[in-house]
Design a protein around this ligand. Structure first.
Ligand SMILES: C[S@@+](CC[C@H](N)C(=O)[O-])C[C@H]1O[C@@H](n2cnc3c(N)ncnc32)[C@H](O)[C@@H]1O
Length: 197
């Protein structure tokens, strides 16, 4: 079990988490952001933890501004330290994504909402449905929702997530996203995307 509210636990977690598969997912996310047809991009990351994906995104895409939302103060402390070089482009918020009003903290309209290896920790179908619905209402027209996470391939699959890739796709379509698809199905990861009309 994770203890995201313990500095000792999250420091250890952040030190041991990286591997080549995760790194390839980071660049998959960067590629999707690069293809968005906007001059300026405002990216919101849900549950960024220690800011590892954010560091890659902010260094590869100098035109973006960024907000990260996480409920773990120790994770936010690590993220603030890791992202110190990008201080003027980032804002981090202490927010529980199970709340109905998590989006009220945001300063700007997002062009993209992204998440990596995290929403399975926030909850199951009910929480995903709520997050996807709120994200759809927040994003600018043509905006991107991208969720790269542990996802099941079948109901029998052993995975930290309770949701299958096809359930994510169904939830995105049911909540008004267009051009919904699975863009990555690799190792324990799935990546699903959808765009607002
Ligand atoms: C496994 S970590 C992944 C962190 C980061 N996305 C990464 O891949 O490096 C999961 C993150 O989800 C956050 N989290 C879990 N439940 C949450 C909730 N209800 N609201 C906000 N953040 C939450 C944790 O604090 C933690 O930072």
């Amino acid at each position: 079990m994770h203890d995201f509210h313990s500095m000792e636990y999250v420091t250890k977690w952040a030190k041991g988490v990286n591997n080549p598969v995760r790194e390839s997912v980071f660049y998959h996310v960067v590629a999707h952001l690069t293809l968005l047809p906007y001059d300026s991009l405002h990216v919101v990351e849900l549950a960024p933890g220690p800011g590892i994906l954010a560091q890659v995104v902010l260094s590869k895409l100098p035109q973006i501004t960024y907000e990260g939302l996480d409920f773990s103060r120790p994770m936010l402390t690590l993220a603030q330290e890791r992202l110190a070089d990008f201080e003027e482009r980032i804002t981090l918020h202490h927010v529980d994504l199970r709340a109905d009003d998590w989006s009220s903290v945001l300063a700007s309209t997002p062009s993209a909402i992204i998440s990596m290896q995290a929403l399975h920790d926030v909850g199951g179908e009910t929480e995903h449905e709520r997050i996807y619905r709120i994200a759809r209402d927040l994003l600018r027209p043509g905006g991107l929702l991208l969720n790269a996470d542990y996802m099941r391939r079948s109901p029998e699959d052993r995975s930290p997530s309770s949701l299958e890739i096809k359930q994510h796709l169904t939830l995105l379509k049911a909540n008004g996203f267009e051009r919904v698809k699975c863009t990555l199905d690799f190792s324990r990861y799935g990546c699903v995307v959808g765009f607002t009309p």
